[in-house]
Design a protein around this ligand. Structure first.
Ligand SMILES: NC(=O)c1ccc[n+]([C@@H]2O[C@H](COP(=O)([O-])OP(=O)(O)OC[C@H]3O[C@@H](n4cnc5c(N)ncnc54)[C@H](O)[C@@H]3O)[C@@H](O)[C@H]2O)c1
Length: 343
């Protein structure tokens, strides 16, 4: 049963960072579909095609009119952030904006420092200044590094990251813990596991594989295909993010998921099924109606061989129950990909 506090949170305006991004646009869509107004911010950087980010924003504006307000800005710039948000009121924040991608963090570490470290502190400062009822923020399964114990559980140690991206996400969790302690801010960190689906990201394997299979070009398969990932469909992710947003961790001294006794919870948000990469390729081949030509390559620096999410904590606390196997989600992605790209 919903408490008064929860229903108030579920009605109010939400600030969504990274609103032009894959997960941010989908979360903004779902918030507005249930009647909440959204203030979206994004700097529309060119890490991948800006046209895709603009198309996501156009869709949100077209479908939701005045419920959606958007400001193009860099949240690593505190004075720009404060000025842009000055006229808005919001009760909660979903902080999904970040420099994503493991491999790019070897090429451009500064982008991760600016968006994921300085930017995260700035968003904590906004949450503190506005005394928001709850901020949900994005962490990543990459914080588990090369942990051998599968599935990964939030109680497991996660202090040996193998990429700077992972290190910045772990740092976000640590800085959040400090803010939950000092300022009693209700915070929830979500460790996302390989999200895919319509309006997805061109830098991720799912997109690259579909693009190449459909145009009869070879796909790059790292670690000779000896990898597995807990692929999570976007609709399941969105359901989990909203369920978390509606359940701010209480400041009651009780231990939260992830071990904090402050109002700070940490959850895995995955599909709870680790799929072999070669199985994913088969499902993609079926959806594309063509066989893939495979270019087998060694492991890439910064990458991990396996991810697998233990979602017990999230299911227990919010009822989260992912329901989309890759056999359903991949064809949906390929259908969308063909209509969007015309390939
Ligand atoms: N997609 C996944 O599989 C996955 C897995 C683990 C973690 N995550 C995390 O989830 C979040 C959302 O990921 P996504 O897949 O939607 O990525 P995305 O790149 O599509 O979205 C992130 C958005 O943030 C924006 N952004 C980056 N730096 C910014 C800044 N300084 N100021 C304003 N906007 C900025 C980008 O322009 C982009 O639109 C990220 O924090 C990411 O690290 C995603």
């Amino acid at each position: 049963m919903m408490t008064g506090k929860v229903s108030k949170v579920a009605e109010a305006s939400v600030l969504v960072t990274g609103a032009a991004g894959f997960i941010g646009a989908a979360v903004a869509e779902a918030l507005m579909a249930r009647g909440q107004s959204v203030i979206g911010i994004d700097n529309l950087n060119d890490y991948y095609a800006v046209s895709l980010k603009r198309a996501r924003l156009d869709g949100l504006a077209t479908r939701h009119g005045n419920l959606f307000q958007f400001r193009e800005l860099d949240f690593a710039d505190m004075s720009a952030l404060t000025a842009a948000l000055g006229s808005f009121t919001f009760e909660t924040i979903v902080h999904l904006g970040a420099q994503a991608g493991v491999r790019y963090s070897l090429e451009n570490p500064q982008a991760y420092v600016a968006s994921n470290l300085a930017g995260h502190v700035n968003m904590l400062e906004v949450a503190r200044a506005r005394q928001v009822a709850h901020m949900v923020y994005a962490s990543s399964s990459s914080v588990y590094g090369g942990n051998a114990k599968l599935p990964f559980a939030v109680e497991d140690r996660a202090d040996h990251p193998v990429s700077l991206y992972a290190a910045t996400k772990k740092a976000d969790e640590l800085m959040s813990e400090t803010y939950a302690h000092l300022f009693r801010l209700p915070l929830t960190g979500l460790r996302f596991f390989t999200v895919y689906g319509p309006w997805g990201r061109p830098d991720m394997a799912m997109w690259k594989f579909a693009e190449r299979i459909l145009s009869d070009r070879p796909i790059d398969v790292y670690n000779q295909g000896e990898m597995s990932r807990d692929f999570t469909y976007i609709d399941d992710i969105v359901g989990g993010v909203l369920a978390c947003l509606d359940c701010p961790p209480a400041d009651d001294g009780a231990q939260k998921a992830g071990g904090s006794v402050k109002p700070h919870a940490l959850y895995n948000i995955g599909n709870n099924k680790s799929e072999h990469l070669l199985r994913l390729i088969e499902v993609l081949e079926d959806a594309c109606g063509r066989k893939a030509r495979r270019n087998l390559l060694p492991m890439q620096p910064g990458d991990v061989t396996a991810t697998y999410a233990d979602i017990t904590a999230l299911t227990r606390d919010t009822g989260y129950m992912p329901s989309t196997p890759i056999e359903t989600g991949v064809p949906r992605f390929v259908d969308w990909f063909r209509s969007y790209t015309g390939v």
